[in-house]
Design a protein around this ligand. Structure first.
Ligand SMILES: [Zn+2]
Ligand SMILES: [Zn+2]
Length: 395
């Protein structure tokens, strides 16, 4: 068995010909550049690219496969330079009826083994989505219906950033995923925690005990790839092995989740949209304690405190450790120049964040920055909590 690093949620900004895919994501974020970044800088062995349902991206993938460094494998996935397995995915926004009977919307990560599968899926989804060329578009069906279409093309569905206030199941649709998926709930192998939550928070909800947790970057730019990732134990890198890890089958498993301290996430605490500030206080905060307004963006932490059905966190047996990591871009004093310098010396961000000693780092970037990197790694930095779309800050 091998230990591999996996980040299953990376967006595409533009196609190689410059067609917009995810407008808010970086222009340099195209299929080929993501593959290269994973191999050359990040040290990631499995990457899920989540905008492969766009016909413009499919065109890019076909070109990518024709150039010789990449090929599809029978167990699913595209192998590039024999170092990374690219899993083809599509993020779909579904239309839900929330607990109060109003409309809600949630993001779903759909992964497929072969290019032909996602092509066929994309074709069928044209019946449900207005503009299939763009990322994360709203479909006129619910996730309960979507999962059948995903399975028809041999794919799996994973609820994305499951607690975020605007586009997620727990955030704005329901206090119970079982209510959404009903008798199909067993088909959900995993949920994505999202940047503002962690295992400790999610394990306050008992229906999640049987689900695997994924920590992914949701990267909108190349440097952000792998700001969260999973360490998995696999025999080799493929779609099939990834599935086995989610199921914990034949010794394959998720060994640990590496993620931000949820306080750094953009939606950790409730935020007042009138006063434009994070609202302090005991969770769950549901209204502003300055202006009394209920025009708020609910924090992930607050939301979980509201819907939890366990008093304390009790993780099920075998739940992987959640290891806090602060990506280089969050560390004070570490700018683009410093990152380049570090990468030039040490290869990948994984090595810098997890393997190097203080002395190694100090020799390249000096004492002060080395200290910041090491104390971030050891969880010794002070963090100002994020909320309302504003990231938390390391001080
Ligand atoms: Zn999303
Ligand atoms: Zn207020």
């Amino acid at each position: 068995m091998n230990e591999v690093f996996a980040d299953l949620h990376v967006h595409i900004g533009r196609s190689e010909k410059g067609k917009p895919i995810k407008i808010t994501a970086a222009k340099s974020l195209n299929f080929a550049n993501i593959a290269k970044e994973c191999v050359e800088k990040k040290g990631i062995q499995i990457v899920g690219i989540i905008d492969c349902g766009s016909p413009y991206v499919i065109e890019d993938i076909e070109k990518f496969l024709s150039q010789g460094d990449a090929y599809e494998i029978p167990d699913g996935g595209i192998i590039y330079k024999d170092k990374v397995c690219i899993i083809l995915g599509s993020e779909i926004e579904t239309s839900e009826i929330n607990d109060e009977g109003n409309t809600g919307s949630a993001h779903n990560l759909c992964y497929f083994p072969k290019l032909a599968d996602i092509k066929a899926f994309s074709h069928e989804m044209r019946n449900h989505i207005k503009n299939i060329t763009l990322s994360s578009q709203r479909a006129d069906i619910s996730a309960y219906e979507l999962i059948d279409i995903v399975e028809k093309y041999h794919g799996i569905l994973i609820p994305a950033h499951c607690f975020t206030p605007h586009k997620s199941f727990y955030g704005n649709c329901t206090s119970s995923l079982k209510r959404i998926f009903k008798e199909k709930y067993d088909k959900i192998l995993a949920i994505e925690l999202g940047l503002s939550s962690d295992t400790f928070l999610a394990d306050k909800i008992s229906e999640l005990e049987e689900k695997a947790f994924l920590t992914n970057s949701d990267a909108h730019s190349l440097p952000r790839i792998a700001r969260e990732y999973n360490k998995m134990q696999l025999e080799s890198i493929s779609f099939k092995e990834f599935l086995k890890a989610l199921k914990g089958e034949d010794g394959r498993k998720i060994l640990s989740n590496y993620g931000l301290d949820p306080k750094l996430g953009k939606y950790h605490r409730t935020y007042c949209e009138v006063c434009h500030k994070r609202i302090p206080g005991m969770a769950p905060v549901t209204k502003c304690n300055t202006c009394d307004s209920r025009n708020i963006t609910m924090g992930v932490y607050d939301r979980i405190e509201m819907i939890k059905d366990k008093q304390d966190t009790q993780s099920p047996k075998g739940r992987p450790d959640y290891i806090y990591q602060i990506p280089l871009t969050f560390i004070p004093g570490v700018g683009e120049k410093t990152i380049h310098k570090l990468l030039d010396h040490f290869g990948t961000e994984m090595t810098i964040l997890h393997k190097l000693s203080n002395d190694d780092i100090e020799a390249v970037v000096g004492k002060k920055i080395a200290n910041n990197i090491i104390s971030a790694r050891d969880g010794k930095s002070h963090i100002v909590e994020g909320g309302g779309g504003v990231y938390g800050k390391v001080e």
